[in-house]
Design a protein around this ligand. Structure first.
Ligand code: F6P
Length: 361
């Protein structure tokens, strides 16, 4: 990793914040950022409650010991908030004033796309900002991995394994709703790893009749346990309705479980601690190089930095939140690379979904 700190003599103090939904591993990232900065002679301010703390001036000075014993803790010791005021001119001005008052030269912001939008806005006022992806949904298109995903999935697997035990005893079906408002990554990978007979997610059509036939067929073949995973993105009550349908169509006693925020808590796994540490260190390196408006990503197993503007455009296009007219305004290079990456990502997703179907006979 590079150590060419071209502007490092200008960086005296940085801030770190977590914003949006919390994710296990955020604390490991806060620790890594703090220690990486301090080891380079840079002071660190912990900004409390995300952008809200920047507006209200709620900051605490961190030293190497302030972040002891947090690598293993879930949640975020900096707290988090979804701050509407930050999106106003007035809120932004207050945040920038706080940065000036505390002499903050750079900010590392850990969170999702909303967090990165905020970081971009601040960087327009001369503050170096770097984003780190932290969300259990793993739905930031520019990165293959976001902090918290692995822990959340391991929690899901543990819960589903428990449900499987009791399903097997009573010959039941359990429909389990997992998180992911905008993306079915948790559902897809957990569905495969939990041996689900069906996975419903919004990215791909879900054939209910085919799933019902598979369950009926399984029952005929003396199968006793049926797990169906539903992604939250399928919409409110979808999972409960599907539970009733399975009950009625198959005659199998079918129960419903929503795992909800259980998935967001807990001690981070090795993967989340490791990725958080490496990304946190890289974010500080980038600031020391005088770089800004970047998000630290994982792409093809490497840690790489991506322009935040590009990352946000890629994300919007992937989630169908960018019109063709808006897309046409991007540079030809960006259009080509965004189209390629989306194609690749969708193909990958479809292939995994096919694997899940093969396994569910
Ligand atoms: O962190 C992302 C996420 O878990 C989504 O999957 C979910 O819809 C959302 O957060 C719920 O978060 P909250 O209850 O904090 O608004």
């Amino acid at each position: 990793m590079s150590d060419n700190n071209i502007n490092s003599n200008k960086i005296r103090r940085i801030g770190v914040l977590t914003s949006g939904g919390d994710a296990p591993g955020m604390n490991a990232a806060v620790r890594a950022i703090t220690r990486s900065a301090i080891s380079r002679g840079v002071r660190v301010m912990g900004i409390l409650k995300g952008y809200r703390g920047l507006i209200d001036g709620e900051l605490v000075e961190y030293n190497a010991r302030s972040v002891s014993n947090i690598i293993n803790r879930g949640g975020t010791v900096l707290y988090s908030d979804r701050c509407i005021e930050f999106q106003t001119e007035e809120g932004m001005q207050k945040a920038v004033d706080t940065c000036r008052e505390f002499e903050i030269d750079g900010i590392v912001a850990i969170g999702g796309d909303g967090t990165f939008r905020g970081a971009t806005d601040i960087s327009r006022h001369g503050i170096l900002t770097i984003g780190i992806p932290g969300t259990i949904d793993n739905d930031i298109t520019a990165t293959d991995y976001s902090i918290g995903f692995d822990t959340a999935m391991n929690t899901v697997i543990e819960m589903v394994d428990r449900l499987r035990d009791t399903c097997e005893s009573h010959a039941r079906c359990n429909v389990v709703e997992v998180m992911g408002r905008d993306a079915g990554h948790i559902a897809l990978q957990c569905g495969i790893a939990a041996g689900a007979v069906g996975i419903a997610l919004k990215e791909l059509p879900f054939d209910e009749d085919e799933c019902l036939s598979r369950i009926i067929e399984g029952k005929k073949n003396k199968k006793r346990t049926f797990i169906v995973i539903v992604s939250e993105g399928m919409g409110e009550h979808y999972a409960e309705d599907l539970t009733k349908k399975i009950n009625a169509a198959t005659g199998i006693d079918t129960r419903f479980a929503r795992l909800a925020h259980v998935q967001r808590g807990g001690s981070p796994t090795l993967r989340d601690r490791f990725v958080a540490t490496v990304m946190g260190n890289r974010a500080v390196e980038l600031i020391m190089e005088g770089r800004k408006n970047l998000v630290v990503c994982m792409h093809e197993d490497k840690i790489v930095e991506t322009d935040i503007e590009y990352a946000l455009n890629l994300d919007k296009r992937y989630k169908n939140k960018m019109t063709d007219e808006q897309f046409a305004l991007l540079s030809a290079d960006d259009q080509n690379s965004i189209t390629e990456r989306i194609k690749h990502k969708k193909e990958n997703f479809r292939e995994l979904y096919e694997v899940s179907k093969i396994m569910s006979i």
